[in-house]
Design a protein around this ligand. Sequence first.
Ligand code: GDP
Length: 174
Amino acid sequence: MTEVKVAVLGGRGAGKSALAVRFLTRRFIGEYASNAECIYTKHLCLDGRQIHLEIYDPCSQPQRGKLSLTDELHWADGFIIVYDISDRASFAFAKALLYRIRESHIGAYKKMVETSVFLVGNKQDLCHMREVGWDEGQKLAIDNKCQFCELSAAEHYQEVVAMFMKVLRNITSN
Ligand code: GDP
């Protein structure tokens, strides 16, 4: 059994819980009432391998100035950084998170980021209210050598699964 730990980080309201719950339960839960931090677990089979997955969802985020992430950086094998395409502030927060991850992996950074950080622009169904362009997300991902996609936790179940599977494959192929 391979153990994999993934932290889902991003600004409040970006859709961290929605993404994690969608992946784990197939359901989109409109108002996921939790202010406590959660670790969800799931057993799954990936390419014939048994995986014990832990997903950390902090549910709330520290103030930007207090972005230490020390515990998460020690704990996680990979990160999903989520922003809301209809909320520019959440994009700025995602940028700060990527910067923090990058500076903590100086030396090991290249390998770490190329393999196990995924930037997700969530709420693609709200593209009529878009504040962050697809190309801006793509550029941020290229600058930080991580993978990128836009999707909707509300409407794109298959894309959510595909994104989590890419994260797991990247981590387990290390
Ligand atoms: P968190 O604070 O990052 O964990 O965000 P939540 O998962 O609690 O989501 C915040 C709000 O955004 C909730 O009202 C969700 O229903 C909503 N939400 C999450 N994902 C989507 C999405 O893909 N599309 C839309 N339209 N709303 C979403």
